[in-house]
Ligand binder design. Sequence first.
Ligand code: ZN
Length: 654
Amino acid sequence: MQSEKIFQFADERFADLQMLRYQVPGFQDLNLRQQVLAYYLSEAALWGRDILWDQNCRFNLRLRQLLETVYTDFQEERDTHEFKEFCIYLKRVWFSNGIHHHYGSQKFHPGFTSSFLRRAVLSVPASKLPLREGQSAEELCDELFPVIFNPEVCPKRVNQTEGEDLLLTSSCNYYQEGFTQVEAEGFYASLKAEGDPDHPIMYGMNSTLMRDEEGHLYEDIWRSGGKYGVAIDRIISCLEHAIHYAENVQQEEVIKKLIDFYRTGDLKVFDAYTILWVGETRGEVDFTNGFTEVYGDPLGLKASWEGYVNFVDKQATHRAQLLSENAQWFEDHSPVDPRFRKEVCRGVSAKVINAVILGGDLYPSSAIGINLPNSDWVRAEYGSKSVTIGNLTHAYNQAAKGNGFREEFVINEETLDLLNRYGEVCDDLHTDLHECLGHGSGKLLPGVDSDALKAYGSCIEEARADLFGLYYLADRKLVELGLVPDEEAYKAQYYSYLMNGLLTQMVRIEPGHDIEEAHMRNRALIARWTLEHYPQAVQLVEHEEKTYVKILDYTLLHEAFGVLLAEIQRIKSEGDYEAARILVETYGVRIDPSLHRQVLARYKKLNLAPYKGFINPRYEVERDEQGNITAVNLTYGEPYDEQMLRYSRDYKTL
Ligand code: ZN
């Protein structure tokens, strides 16, 4: 493992953002053919970057060039406050693939003056500036500065305010300027009316809506030879290389069909491609490449470009499978009344993957779980692929170790050490137990309505799954199965679970509010019920005006979770609404206001970045004299700014 090497490079922190490095464990264990496949698909995932920048706002690409030139070439004033603010601004623009916040979509306010930027632009080589034909650097400033400095210009990338014209007030670049919402909606309504109602294509997904000189509306399709054609041709070329290294015939067909789609822009071909893609489950390497999610269009039609490549995390997937295979053993040994146990129990398998590269709208900010495709009828008739990205989750966990959070809330060094040693393994395992076994265990007594617990049903169900996991985490069976390193490991999860349920999950709640969300209610329910019924096992203690969780007896805690699991299962199996209501209302809802204030104040002092993004590893190939790839090398140390500048330089298409 190369973890030590990685942590030499401080993770970067600016504005409300933190950059993380993710590792790709297992990449070197893929065979060379798979590595080369992943390499070409990764290249394909990087070549679409400029498409996304242009989709996000029509000024983005030229602004990026202007800002990057100042960053690399403006040699004066580099130790001034203005230059530092300029750097933060550029880093935020990089992070968001444009001038609007990646999450909130509001335009960034620069912390430097327009006179600073003008001095800078006028002093760098004009040949490196995004000048239009015949344009001077002065004129460039006059043209583009309002986009940066005037808050009225392009204020929001995606406006969703009800009652406003969502197209006229959004500055994403999916519709020619001046289109009204009514016009665009009318255009697509009539297209849909003509199409197949049972198998609708993804209307409008891959085009810019335009108006010709006579005022007729038409779509400028994103395809080879059309809009974004230069970028798409580079992607196609990488995919063509990838075909030769496909792991099986179906995977080859998937890639060929995607190329076909990029060439034609035909959305029927796109549907055919997604159907092939969903069906290809034998290959270890998999990928997404193309116009995918529609969050960036206020009308929810146009898809932003994204790409990523992944391979199965065999170890993590094995863990889930192992639990599933032993589902019956767990069911037969559970502490619930045998009347409520399932006679025949099957676990659910989950697929865990590792990301090889993140591109387009998944870079640098990425989802942790992905479920595709988005076409409803394809999902209904052919299913979907649902994955958890293990190595990104791991990077989050690593970051959580050093950020001061645990140090603030964990009671002592010994416990902190326990959490640092076993926390992650147990957290993953608890999730697997919850998902693969917990939800599937137990049964309702004959005649009991599955909705009997009404509004309390989902909280009770989550509590049941969590308790199933907590109870079995301490079982020797997990050591036997090789899923935990030793019989101490479960203690880490017991501590962090109770700390979360009793204290730290409150940081997500506004002062004065109750707990609403089902998962949060269930954690509070379990933790507070245990606190009240087992004071010999767990207590809240004060030290220097701070409250901590103190665990006195882990074995007793295990017993407590078994008792509560049996009761929760009884409530579920019998449909005992009144008991569910009392449990949830007594333990799961209200928050002690003074404890809440204390926890919020302690959290605020840590000054943690609410948003995280990922720096990609770098892949380089070695070739023999015939040009065949003989090795794919992977390195991690590239700084954030260098990676961004390299992508802008080496994958520039538009
Ligand atoms: Zn659940």
